[in-house]
Ligand binder design. Structure first.
Ligand SMILES: NC(=O)c1ccc[n+]([C@@H]2O[C@H](COP(=O)([O-])OP(=O)(O)OC[C@H]3O[C@@H](n4cnc5c(N)ncnc54)[C@H](OP(=O)(O)O)[C@@H]3O)[C@@H](O)[C@H]2O)c1
Length: 388
């Protein structure tokens, strides 16, 4: 492919975390030296020197479940990253302009441009390419320019999690002065969702369900108050849903909308006790929580089908169930760029690991208690103002 390269020289090999079989990261992943620098697969793709990678639980599921015969191996994990373009295919928009010639457009990319991106799952599985490496070759449709007001570590998280949060929040119309319950307000998805909800609904009352030690973070993100899910069953023997039913069970106290950024089955099945009735009062969620054990898959599928299809007369929950699905694309990335640039949300980086210690990120993901986003630092560009 004809390409335009940055003035800095591109090495022939790089370091990358790779795996050759399915399984848990600590068992299958290893740091590999001398991995060939990926070549540009098309004239519309770019090569990015990766700065930060943001992990998400979906990757753990792919790594555990997708067998080697269904994907290209060896494989580099992770989809979400930030970095700087080092070379472009000849048909990448803006690639033929050089610095100073004219002001670059929003979707103009040329070597030296600071970007973030999210590789969609299918190309990730088919190509074996991923972000947990010093360089990534990716279609220009799967990147966006880094917002100028945030750092590279914050920009890395603007893919899957920020987009999922946006879809979650926009799946329901929030009435003025609404009373909202949000489950997992401090997780990768939840912390973006909480900020969006607060930004767009300044007079809403927002109650978050999180671990007690996350109370302060949840309030900073936009919750008025929190409920510590680790405190149940409590001294009176109440479960969390008993507590919610007792405290928010009468008509004046019930919630207008519940946003579940965790995927709690109990919270949904008891929701009729504390969520107002009617079409305008949905239970919006990311889908039932999925573990990484193969034995959990049938139960997960059962819940997905039952939650959205079981009629009330057969024992279904008499509240609207809205399970979202969020796949990143150009439009989604551009929207996240815009929201970050306008300050509607900001990434909370709860944990930052060096490239060599990336396995620690998977331990946090597996614990299920990430605070905001967990990022892996590969390289810190000197300039972090986002200017191309
Ligand atoms: N539908 C889609 O398209 C889509 C897209 C992306 C993600 N997802 C799913 O969304 C879920 C959340 O993703 P994420 O990236 O936010 O995960 P994450 O970054 O790992 O965060 C998980 C959060 O869950 C909270 N949590 C753990 N146990 C809990 C419990 N028993 N009750 C309530 N909250 C609990 C944790 O908060 P505390 O430490 O405070 O408990 C943590 O903040 C995952 O299941 C993921 O697979 C779905």
């Amino acid at each position: 492919m004809a390409s335009k390269a940055a003035s800095t020289s591109i090495p022939r090999t790089m370091r990358a975390w790779t795996h050759r079989q399915a399984g848990s990261p600590s068992r299958v992943l290893s740091m590999t030296e001398n991995v060939p620098i990926p070549t540009l697969p098309t004239d519309t793709s770019v090569l990015v020197r990766v700065s930060y990678v943001a992990t998400h639980p979906g990757m753990l599921i792919l790594m555990h479940f997708v067998p080697s015969w269904l994907r290209r191996m060896p494989a580099i994990p992770e989809t979400d990253f930030s970095g700087v373009i080092v070379s472009c295919g000849k048909n990448v928009p803006g690639s033929s302009t050089t610095g100073g010639e004219c002001e670059p457009g929003v979707r103009d990319f040329r070597p030296g441009t600071s970007v973030f991106g999210s590789m969609p799952v299918m190309p990730h599985l088919r190509s074996g390419q991923g972000a947990l490496a010093e360089y990534i070759a990716i279609e220009s449709a799967a990147i966006a320019r880094k917002p100028t007001n945030i750092s590279f570590e914050e920009a890395a998280a603007l893919g899957v999690s920020a987009h999922t949060a946006t879809v979650l929040v926009e799946a329901a119309e929030v009435p003025k002065d609404a009373k909202i319950l949000i489950n997992a307000p401090c997780g990768g998805v939840g912390h973006f969702a909480t900020q969006l909800l607060r930004h767009r609904n300044p007079t809403a009352r927002i109650i978050g369900i999180c671990s007690g030690h996350n109370h302060e973070l949840a309030v900073r993100l936009g919750c008025d108050d929190t409920i510590d899910h680790t405190a149940f069953p409590n001294a009176e023997g109440q479960t969390l849903t008993d507590y919610l039913s007792a405290k928010y069970g009468n008509e004046q106290e019930q919630f207008d909308i519940i946003f579940d950024a965790y995927g709690s089955q109990d919270l949904w099945t008891s929701s009729a006790k504390y969520l107002k009735p009617g079409r305008d009062h949905p239970y919006v969620n990311v889908g039932p929580k999925q573990g990484v054990s193969i034995s959990e898959v049938p139960g997960f599928l059962c819940k997905v089908i039952k939650n959205s299809t079981l009629p009330t007369w057969l024992g279904g929950v008499p509240r609207p169930y809205k399970q979202i699905s969020a796949f990143t694309n150009t439009e989604a990335l551009e929207k996240c760029r815009d929201l970050a640039q306008r300050g509607e949300f900001k990434t909370h980086v709860g944990e930052k690991l060096n490239f060599e210690h990336a396995l620690g990120a998977y331990e946090t993901m597996a614990s299920g208690h990430a605070r905001g986003k967990v990022v892996v630092k590969i390289w810190e560009p000197e300039r972090s103002d986002g200017a191309a």
